[in-house]
Unconditional design. Structure first.
Length: 159
């Protein structure tokens, strides 16, 4: 089995009048993330990492923000769709590693549930999904709490 890797990134600003969703988990915070779908930046970064690993484009190609079907869409359903596309192309997801950079809210209480959601959605054992939270030490707009950034790497095997 040939191993391949992909890197994903997503960022959103706070300010939407909806729940903050990360990794399919509702996080207690004063506002959600602005975005066309539900704004789940963890799911979005993982989607881009997976698609990049197998050269299938990016989230904007599959789920364009110009398409009303994806308005307020559940990003975990989008992630499940990407999993099925990889499986149909004879790829198997090996593991996912994610870093969320946010000054607030504190994510430690939510990390385990986020990992469980992502692993379940991707059909992976829990030990194959890592999500970590870091701050930006008050540097730039993320460090001032205006939004967050997410980085992800995916390892897949097959084809």
């Amino acid at each position: 089995m040939r191993q391949r890797f992909g890197i994903g990134y997503d960022s959103h600003v706070f300010g939407a009048k909806r729940p903050l969703i990360l990794g399919g988990v509702e996080i207690e915070h004063e506002s959600g993330l602005k975005g066309h779908s539900d704004g789940d930046a963890v799911a979005h970064a993982v989607i881009d990492a997976l698609l990049g690993s197998v050269a299938m484009g990016d989230i904007g190609k599959l789920f364009p923000n110009t398409d009303p079907r994806w308005k307020n869409a559940d990003s975990m359903e989008m992630l499940a769709d990407v999993r099925h596309r990889l499986m149909a192309a004879s790829y198997a997801i090996v593991n996912i590693d994610v870093t969320v950079v946010a000054e607030k809210p504190k994510l430690a209480p939510y990390i385990d549930r986020m990992c469980e959601n992502v692993s379940r959605t991707l059909g992976l054992p829990r030990r194959a999904v890592s999500i970590k939270a870091k701050t930006n030490e008050k540097m730039d707009s993320v460090g001032r709490g205006k939004g967050l950034q997410v980085y992800a790497i995916a390892s897949v095997g097959g084809a």
